[in-house]
Design a protein around this ligand. Structure first.
Ligand SMILES: Cc1cc2nc3c(=O)[nH]c(=O)nc-3n(C[C@H](O)[C@H](O)[C@H](O)COP(=O)(O)OP(=O)(O)OC[C@H]3O[C@@H](n4cnc5c(N)ncnc54)[C@H](O)[C@@H]3O)c2cc1C
Length: 508
């Protein structure tokens, strides 16, 4: 089993909650906490050791990484409970409901939006013990897998049957199947294999009242709204996903790669659009702006690099790459060394630069949004302009990472600096203020120009404040679903921008 890795070591000193602990206890008395701990321990393994509480109180959200350097987590939970099967998840959930204590599911803790942070303390339900592929229907290409299974373990088991699920997020090694579903994730090969919602056949979910449901189960259905879809992307607020049935593809016999340099970013976007609209969908089709091309993809500071990779049957791959090639040349591209693709393949999951810059005191993060093809250029320029107008913002760049018939994902990276790079309480407050200012500017600029709120990193805590403006009246449907499925506000309260009775939510 792959183990979650901490993004950054804690600083010296005992780890403490950064925020007030007022909301971190259940709404009952201290004696009830003792009873809660006793009752949970009777269900499954639990831990109240500080080292476990601290690790389960943070994820890869850049603010949490910064706070870790000062031995702070946003909020310590009371206890980490680690159920080993669906039955224990059900009993743990019922115990928490009886004690009226909030429950935050954590899995790989690779989320980058603070989604798995136990905002009001309470119980962290660590899902990592639900491990392994349970069955494989080789004929249909359906894999039944427990939610806490990490990417490499899933693909290894599928490969034994010459299958691949084809979901390869950059966080493949450190994220879980349940986390992919809960966050509506996208893998780097999504242009051929789709997002995680395209792969889900069905789910097993434990609801807030402890009941267990199964959703989906067929290649297609028409019996009312898709109940699986209600839990896909729900970020632990509507139910606990314990088991997932995923579509898998036969392992491809052929892989081909190619790369291009474009004179401009917009020319590259045009070529991508035309290739995709012509139904050429290579697994990987990534276009880097001039800044990112120069930084990592062999560009000279003016050109934009497109990398293309496809897997499949020879005839399909050849035809796909031929269509991409035609549209690339039509829009002024020249062939780039294929080593650009090999370089990307070798380094695509390396995040050491992120940790290094965080340790050096930089404000750094990424923001991914989806936009229709007609708005891509406007979203790109609007976000870049808005971010660079913020005092302290130093750079912004982007690439197009996942494409669809009607649009694509723009993935921005921004860096800022505060008055000092020393890590101390005052500079951390300044760091947080700049971080929020850049996010406010970038996210609103994307929405104004026709982009959406998020493509695959989810909402968590960081983006909750934008939910209503991004979703309009549809947000009320989400609120109603939360109230119907979790009337006592037990599951991951305060996330997805949902109203909560448990206390004030930071940044809301
Ligand atoms: C370096 C890096 C690169 C990344 N690249 C990508 C990428 O390419 N594509 C992408 O989509 N994402 C990416 N991410 C984001 C992150 O990896 C995904 O959101 C991932 O799906 C989270 O899975 P996890 O198991 O780590 O979940 P966690 O971070 O532990 O949890 C995330 C949220 O899901 C909920 N949750 C987790 N498991 C369950 C469950 N079983 N039932 C109910 N709720 C649950 C949690 O409560 C929380 O709200 C990246 C992150 C990092 C750090």
């Amino acid at each position: 089993m792959t183990k979650p890795t901490a993004p950054i070591e804690f600083g010296d000193g005992e780890v403490r909650s950064r925020w007030t602990t007022a909301g971190s206890t259940p709404r009952n008395t201290a004696t009830d906490i003792a009873a809660l701990l006793r009752d949970l321990a009777a269900v499954c393994p639990t831990s109240t050791q500080l080292v476990d509480l601290a690790e389960h109180a943070r994820d890869w959200w850049p603010l949490a990484m910064r706070w870790a350097l000062q031995s702070q987590v946003p909020q310590l939970p009371l206890v980490v409970a680690s159920p080993r099967n669906t039955d224990e998840v059900q009993r743990a959930m019922r115990t928490c409901a009886a004690h009226d204590v909030p429950v935050t599911v954590t899995a790989g803790r690779s989320g980058v939006s603070g989604a798995s942070i136990p905002l009001f303390g309470g119980v962290v339900l660590n899902i990592n013990e639900l491990q392994g592929v349970i069955s494989v229907d080789r004929t249909s290409g359906v894999v039944e897998v427990l939610a806490g299974t990490f990417g490499p373990d899933l693909e290894r088991a599928a490969a034994e049957h010459s299958l691949t699920v084809g979901h390869f997020p950059q966080s493949f090694d450190i994220s879980t199947v349940g986390g992919w579903v809960a966050c509506l994730g996208a893998g780097q090969f999504s242009t051929r294999y789709g997002k995680i919602n395209d792969m889900v056949v069905g789910l097993e979910v434990v609801l807030a009242d402890g009941s267990i449901i199964r959703t989906g189960g067929a290649p297609a259905a028409a019996h009312g709204p898709d109940v699986s879809a209600m839990f896909i992307g729900s970020e632990g607020t509507l139910g606990i996903i314990t088991r997932v049935w995923l579509r898998a593809h036969d392992v491809a016999p052929v892989r081909r790669k190619t790369a291009y340099f474009f004179p401009t970013f917009s020319a590259g976007i045009l070529a991508m659009r035309e290739a995709i609209r012509a139904d050429a969908t290579p697994a990987v089709l990534r276009l880097y702006d001039a800044t990112e091309s120069q930084r990592s993809h062999g560009g000279d500071g003016t050109t934009c690099t497109l990398i293309v990779l496809d897997d499949g049957e020879q005839e399909i791959v050849d035809a796909t790459l031929a269509v991409v090639d035609r549209y690339a040349r039509t829009h002024g591209a020249v062939i780039a060394p294929v080593e650009r693709v090999d370089h990307w393949l070798a380094h695509r999951n390396d995040t050491s630069g992120l940790q290094a810059l965080t340790k050096k005191g930089f404000v750094i993060d990424t923001m991914e949004v989806a936009a229709p093809w007609s708005a891509m250029n406007e979203v790109y320029s609007n976000v870049c302009r808005a971010v660079l107008a913020i005092d302290g913002a130093r750079s912004i760049s982007a690439h197009v990472s996942h494409s669809y018939l009607d649009g694509a994902c723009l993935y921005f990276t921004f860096v800022g600096t505060t008055s000092t790079r020393e890590i101390n309480p005052a500079s951390t407050d300044e760091h947080e203020a700049l971080y929020l200012a850049i996010w406010n500017a970038a996210q609103r600029a994307a929405l104004e120009a026709g982009g959406n709120l998020a493509h695959h990193h989810g909402v968590g805590l960081n983006r909750g404040r934008f939910m209503r403006e991004a979703m309009g009246g549809a947000f009320d449907v989400l609120v109603a679903m939360k109230q119907a499925l979790d009337p006592n506000d037990l599951l991951n309260p305060g996330k997805l921008g949902l109203p909560t009775t448990r206390g004030k939510v930071k940044y809301s």
